[in-house]
Ligand binder design. Structure first.
Ligand SMILES: C[S@@+](CC[C@H](N)C(=O)[O-])C[C@H]1O[C@@H](n2cnc3c(N)ncnc32)[C@H](O)[C@@H]1O
Length: 239
């Protein structure tokens, strides 16, 4: 459950993503009406514009953010890492099926202890994964560490709705009631899609996430909300 802490939470999250790896893409498409591809392209553009070199995507899952980065001019190669081998296997199978613009490789690895030297990448991105790590400042610190000076750290994440108007109430109904039902039907795992809205409720607001990025040493941290305010793209630069 989203309320679990520390290693117990990490084990729960890993087991859950292992179980939904094969239906993950279908669920994303159904839940977002296909918008998730556009959101990752937008975040990949913000991560890479004006930069040249390799990119890293953490919590890469089935790899779609890494593939969006590989389409960007200036990005020479992309590495995606995830701590769930079943996710890495799905992403790696996609590499063989796709006509890729640049090399993309996937590895098993922990976002909290990235297996790369300092200053290795021009950007480090996360798509919907920071909500799942047990140490958010630690994960952002690791992303900042492996990015070169002048590079960027980018998060694309579902963000808690801060106003309690009619749209927020409708979205809550959709997210907390309908999403678990769809997850039960398509992924055959309702609990994973009960965890999802709860994990968003527990995630920092967009302003608070920006402050955490700044405390990790990132500069000029900005964010924009998309998807009717339900998703935020945060961008910070390394000095
Ligand atoms: C919601 S999925 C996001 C997948 C993908 N980034 C996307 O844009 O759809 C979250 C992913 O983060 C991974 N993850 C969670 N904690 C992690 C950690 N500490 N290290 C590496 N991957 C992690 C999970 O295994 C899962 O594949």
């Amino acid at each position: 459950m989203a309320e679990l802490k520390g290693e117990a939470r990490a084990s729960y999250v890993a087991a859950m993503f292992a179980r939904i790896a094969r239906t993950y893409d279908l669920m994303n498409t159904v839940m977002t009406g296909g918008q998730h591809h556009r959101w990752r392209s937008q975040a990949a553009r913000l991560a890479s514009v004006g930069l040249e070199g390799p990119a890293l995507d953490i919590g890469t899952g089935t790899g779609d953010f890494a593939f969006a980065l590989a389409k960007r001019p200036g990005i020479e190669r992309v590495i995606g890492i995830d701590f769930v081998p079943e996710m890495v296997a799905v992403a790696t199978r996609k590499v063989k099926r796709r006509k890729l613009h640049r090399p993309v490789e996937f590895f098993n690895g922990d976002a909290l202890a990235l297996p790369f030297p300092d200053n290795s990448f021009v950007c480090a991105t996360s798509g919907f994964s920071l909500r799942n790590v047990i140490d958010l400042p630690g994960a952002i610190g690791e992303m900042a560490r492996v990015v070169r000076p002048g590079g960027r750290v980018v998060s694309l994440e579902i963000t808690p709705l801060e106003r309690n108007g009619p749209f927020a109430r409708l979205f809550r109904l959709y997210f907390h009631r309908l999403t678990p039902l769809i997850g039960g039907l398509l992924a055959r795992y309702r609990e994973a899609y009960t965890y999802l809205p709860r994990s968003v409720d527990l995630f920092p607001t967009a302003d608070k996430l920006a402050a955490i990025m700044e405390r990790a040493g990132l500069q000029n941290v900005t964010y924009k909300k998309i998807g009717l305010g339900t998703v935020a793209i945060h961008v910070g630069s390394k000095r």
